[in-house]
Design a binder for this molecule. Structure first.
Ligand code: LLP
Length: 418
């Protein structure tokens, strides 16, 4: 489903023209589609059907309260990586018993917060972390539910910055060491071993790396079972890719069908942690062209959005489609090949390079596939206010995060008394 489509030369989000959203809330601005978020979650839910499962949306992809609320209302669980994300999920109406806590650097305070909230499970990534969780749980007089994130050493074939399942990555516990860690965990007084998980990378466009990883993890599950350690769930992680450009990722349905075949006959609840495949194509970023600058070597479209708003192109060289919000023909516009750049003082500040566009100063542009790892990775670099976020639901657009103000930014800071 693509909720962003042209009608009469205007780009719409569901039934609202993006031009109207820009007029009302200004630019730069993120726009999310409620229908697309729900549709993308349901793609997993429908494929999973009556298989015992829990889809835990990876909050890091887009943690706006309205996004979490829409998904929580549809029954989603949540995969969090910080105490802050836990607070968000609970504030948005997410249920503690559907929350899993991933991430490799959980602090004592975060562990305590999560134990007090009675979350479903901690995904642990090292032995010191296991000991810390055991100690905090002992202090509270409870047993902490724990799953070990194993690193199955498979190549997910994705960008090195977002590949996580290789031996050289910092994530998870080496699959060859995991058995011993489970034995230790099972012997700790304040730990309850409940599951096993892996996450091999992000923006995966093939099913095979998942199946390889699952084979390896399931053979460990069998070894554990033979040793008397019975697990309740298997969490296959997230990572399914989306179409930004010419990628051809499998649909959630194809992936889940293949995974279900692997899991047949096993008494394990299947859990997953998708982020990007739920949020990326449910969002778009709109920005206005401030100036066109034509030099001997290049044509630049200088926009009011920048790397601080949408970091993926600068950080990973990621390609995201850039289209005009209005395509009405005009004599004032000739087509050039543009670098679409922001006002930040870095050559890496671009949202797209070598884009054929027929545009004029003052026009609006939209960057597609911006619903995941967009706003959440934004910053105040160059003392820029972070962008507004809007959610569209049918013919209604609501502001779900106001544009920051300079007063807000300065209110967090102090000068020395003398
Ligand atoms: N579970 C764990 C343990 C993760 O580390 C991640 C993502 C996910 C689930 C969700 O993965 P997804 O389904 O969204 O691929 N900033 C990068 C992506 C970083 C992904 C980090 N981990 C980007 O913009 O491409």
């Amino acid at each position: 489903m693509n909720p962003f489509y042209y009608q009469n030369n205007e780009l719409f989000a569901e039934q609202v023209a993006l031009r109207n959203i820009a007029a009302e809330y200004g630019t730069p601005c993120y726009v999310y589609s409620r229908a697309a978020l729900e549709h993308n979650l349901l793609a997993y839910e429908n494929a999973l059907g009556d298989t015992p499962h829990l889809t835990c949306y990876a909050v890091k992809a887009n943690s706006n309260l309205a996004v979490l609320d829409v998904l929580a209302r549809k029954g989603a669980g949540f995969d969090i990586v910080s105490g802050g994300e836990l607070t968000r999920v609970l504030a948005a109406g997410g249920k503690a018993e559907k929350i899993i806590f991933s991430g490799l650097g959980k602090t004592e305070a975060e562990i305590e917060q999560a134990l007090q909230a009675e979350i479903l499970c901690f995904n642990i990534e090292s032995e010191p972390e296991l000991d810390r969780i055991n100690a905090v749980a002992a202090g509270l007089g409870v047993r902490a539910p724990v799953s070990v994130r194993v690193n199955p050493d498979v190549d997910a074939g994705t960008h090195p910055y977002i590949s996580t399942g290789l031996k050289e990555n910092k994530f998870g516990i080496d699959i060859n060491r995991a058995f011993a860690v489970y034995e230790r965990a099972a012997a700790l007084d304040n730990i309850r071993v409940t599951g096993i998980d892996c996450h091999i990378g992000s923006q995966l466009t093939a099913i095979d790396p998942y199946l390889d990883a699952i084979d390896r993890v399931l053979s460990l599950v069998d070894q554990l079972s033979a040793a008397g350690i019975q697990l309740e769930h298997f969490d296959m992680g997230g990572g399914l890719g989306v179409v930004y450009h010419k990628e051809t990722p499998p649909s959630p349905q194809l992936l889940i069908e293949a995974v279900k075949r692997k899991m047949e006959g096993r008494n394990l609840v299947l859990m997953l942690e998708p982020g990007r495949s739920i949020a990326a194509n449910a969002g778009i970023f709109i920005t206005r062209i401030e100036f066109l600058k034509h030099t001997e070597h290049k044509h630049f479209a200088i926009i009011d959005g920048a790397m601080n708003d949408l970091l993926r192109p600068a950080l990973y060289g990621a390609w995201q489609e850039i289209v005009p919000v209005s395509t009405a023909p005009s004599d004032l516009r000739s087509e050039y090949v543009y670098d679409v750049v922001g006002p930040v003082c870095e050559s890496g500040d671009f949202l797209g390079k070598d884009r054929e566009l027929k545009i004029a100063a003052g026009d609006l542009l939209a960057v597609r596939s911006a619903g995941a790892y967009g706003f959440v990775m934004s910053s105040n670099y160059n003392t820029r206010n972070r962008a507004a976020e809007v959610m569209v639901d049918g013919d209604n657009a609501s502001l779900v995060r106001q544009r920051e103000t300079i007063d807000y930014q300065l209110s967090l800071e102090n000068v020395l008394a003398e």
